[in-house]
Design a protein around this ligand. Sequence first.
Ligand SMILES: [Ca+2]
Ligand SMILES: [Ca+2]
Length: 321
Amino acid sequence: MQPSTSAPAWPSHRAPGGSALLMVLWVIALLSFLMVTTLMIAMQDVEAGVAREMISRARHLAESGLAIGCHQQIEAGDPLLRGKPDSIESIEVQITSEEARLNVNHLLTDTHRSVLERLFASWGLSRVEAESVVDALMDFVDEDDFKHLKGAESSDYKARGLSRGPANRPFRSLDEMLLVPGMDRVMQAAPRWREAFTLWGDGRLNLNEAEPALIAAVLDVPLTSAQNFTRHRDGLDGHPCTLDDNLAEELEEVYDRLGKGRPSGEGTGELVGLNGYTPRVVSIGRVNDCARGIAVTLQRRDGKTQVLAWHEFVPSTAGRP
Ligand SMILES: [Ca+2]
Ligand SMILES: [Ca+2]
């Protein structure tokens, strides 16, 4: 029997060579993947480091602005309140007063509650919704457990499964207002509702600084009248608390500009004034698009300045807390 002389279809020495080539290609692909991954992680670390540095620098700029804004001899509108250390950095400081906002504790009385109802209605709440949330706000701060018509006392909080009931004392923070039934509707209608309120001051709204919606609510005038008044008051730059403002010196001047006689409503005189006694300094530092802000409330007495409140925030695009 003759041995077979036919050659195999493929040379036997080719198989190891093909595997080696595949192995090399696989190693190259693996190394490329590892290099790209390492590079991306390194870039992320660098970017995170740069972002941290920018945030730190922006906060430092805000603190620098605050030091200027809190100085006793600096007044609203002073050119020193705007700085530009270099082409990508800026500092902007605004000095207003807490009296430019409504003191919510002062308004939670039978005499003044209508101011809150008008304000909430101007934000889009129905009359029933506005009355209900004001009833509930009053129940939260009054000492008793008797419920206003549409309000909420401890039994209502329990029925809602809430662990905390009404405090039965004045609000100590604006965040406490969020515990009150109905405030979710207010927050939905006006996400920036906090900017309308304060817990400081004597309860008189400073008409030389306040927003039109607050003036309209307090004096019960149409919003358009209040807007016309603030447009004239704020001067050519369109901003309150700047050097070009046309400040009123007498309340009668304001009523004249609003086309309104002196209010005859009970207690209205306790709700408006033309000055702020509790300074509020807001300083914003920026590095490119990165911004950080600090807002402080001050008390000045006997030549001394005391910080009553300190709040740090990331400014919105409009530069507000
Ligand atoms: Ca109560
Ligand atoms: Ca102005």
